[in-house]
Design a protein around this ligand. Structure first.
Ligand code: SF4
Ligand code: SF4
Length: 438
């Protein structure tokens, strides 16, 4: 992916004009002078490009894929595989859903995915993609911190995946999701060789980021991440820059956070809500109003009024698309089944990685890629609770991430713990878009 495909730019500002990012999503044609000139100038492309440079990635299937499945009555297949290349991390973020959750399975798993397993994963995935006629598959190299596996092993895995799919009709998108602290030129050379794009987790500027994302010694990590981002946006590596992931922290100013992230000129960025359940709610929930919606709306308004280069924000793109009957670019919005599966360092197959926050084993499937390959289970539509079924924004909200619905008394048969926030955010965005459309 290149910069021109994913960064939206304006030729002339205007806060009363719909953001150019909205035009293709709303089905509006580009017109001379409306801020939507095509690339080569400061324009944008007519259709939103796929956002493959971040993890978690889209659960939206391609139109071609969906049509083929309808024709053949094939069961819905996984099209995104998260490979836990290394089960440990060099940072010690205090909100980490892996190391601070009730699920301690990471401590019993091998530290690193061994090469024989990598080869098996690549071969089994290629067989699966071929059997299901998948047009596209996204493979996310993840952790812990995947770069702890070393650049040679990362290159081995990426090469194995490329080799396994050689000659197949399936397009493979390889993505590395990293905390950025170990990203350097030699690593980028390996990633470039195998066409691996890079998503980096960063929570804003130094003040915002270092509030939580520190080394076990307590040392701050932002300086290392910022250096990695400078490398990624340099001309030599820009084509590998997938995007940024930021976890929302109510203690951080939303506008300052957005502006700090935008300074890195990512092709796309996204905001993640901190994990929580009804049993262990996120800060200030459930009783203190809609603080997360308020925070995100502040970002949205700043972003909407932006008159210079506008970064794409996957959350807002998803809300626009879903509001117009389209598909989500995130797994926690919309009503489509999650088409993503996790492979741990021992080959165990899990679903919903963030279910680790609920209880030990909540995401276990009992399958292992060495024994079972990728068949034997597939994406399913999740049951909708009664409150969500009646909700006017259900098709956009979807009831939230499964883990965020958990309550000890009735399991996952609940709206998300972010229910009030999601409704307020969705209605705000819809009002803004409708006001422009009318
Ligand atoms: S960098 Fe990611 S995996 Fe590592 S501690 Fe932080 S949140 Fe967890
Ligand atoms: S806003 Fe609340 S009730 Fe509506 S779909 Fe989302 S979680 Fe369910």
């Amino acid at each position: 992916m290149t910069e021109s495909r994913e960064v939206f730019r304006y030729t002339s500002p205007g806060v009363h004009r719909a953001p150019p990012a909205l035009l293709p999503l709303l089905g509006k044609d580009k017109k001379e002078g409306d801020g939507g000139e095509t690339k080569g100038g400061d324009g944008f492309e007519a259709a939103p490009p796929p956002l493959r440079g971040l993890a978690p990635v889209s659960r939206a299937r391609t139109v071609a894929q969906a049509k083929r499945d309808e024709r053949t009555d094939r069961p819905l297949a996984f099209d995104t595989v998260v490979l836990k290349v290394h089960s440990r991390c060099n940072l010690s973020c205090d909100y980490c859903y892996v190391y601070t959750s009730p699920d301690r399975s990471w401590a019993r798993r091998p530290r690193v995915m061994e090469k024989p397993l990598m080869l098996t994963v690549a071969d089994r995935l290629a067989e699966y993609a071929s059997r299901h006629g998948l047009d596209e598959v996204t493979v996310i190299l993840h952790g812990g911190e995947p770069l702890l596996a070393g650049r040679d092993r990362i290159g081995f895995l990426a090469g194995a995946v490329r080799a396994a799919f050689e000659g197949l009709a399936t397009t493979v998108h390889l993505v590395l999701q990293t905390n950025g602290t170990l990203l350097d030129v030699p690593v980028l050379r390996v990633l470039d060789r195998w066409g691996v794009t890079v998503g980096v987790s960063v929570d804003g500027g130094a003040a915002e980021h270092d509030r939580h994302r520190r080394y076990p010694s307590g040392r701050a990590s932002h300086d290392r991440v910022a250096a990695a981002l400078d490398l990624l946006r340099s001309p030599a590596h820009r084509h590998l820059f997938g995007g940024l992931l930021c976890t929302v922290d109510l203690e951080n100013d939303p506008v300052t956070t957005y502006e700090s992230l935008a300074e890195h000129e990512p092709p796309v960025l996204d905001f993640l809500l901190p994990h929580g359940t009804w049993e262990a709610p996120p800060p200030r929930l459930p009783s203190q109003g809609t603080p997360y919606a308020d925070w995100l709306i502040a970002v949205f308004e700043r972003w909407w009024a932006d008159s210079e280069t506008r970064v794409r924000i996957r959350m807002f793109d998803s809300l626009f698309r879903l509001g117009r009957g389209g598909s989500s670019l995130r797994s926690d919005l919309g009503t489509a089944p999650v088409t993503c599966v996790i492979v741990e360092t021992d080959g165990a197959i899990e679903v919903h990685d963030n279910l680790k926050i609920v209880y030990e084993g909540a995401g276990v499937t009992g399958r292992n890629v060495m024994r079972d390959g990728f068949d034997g289970g597939g994406p399913v539509h999740e049951k909708t609770c009664a409150a969500c079924a009646r909700c006017p924004v259900f098709t956009i909200c979807g009831g939230g991430t499964r883990a965020h619905r958990y309550r000890a008394v009735n399991g996952f048969d609940n709206p998300t713990v972010y229910c009030a926030d999601m409704r307020r955010l969705i209605e705000h965005v819809e009002r803004r878009v409708s006001a422009w459309v009318c």
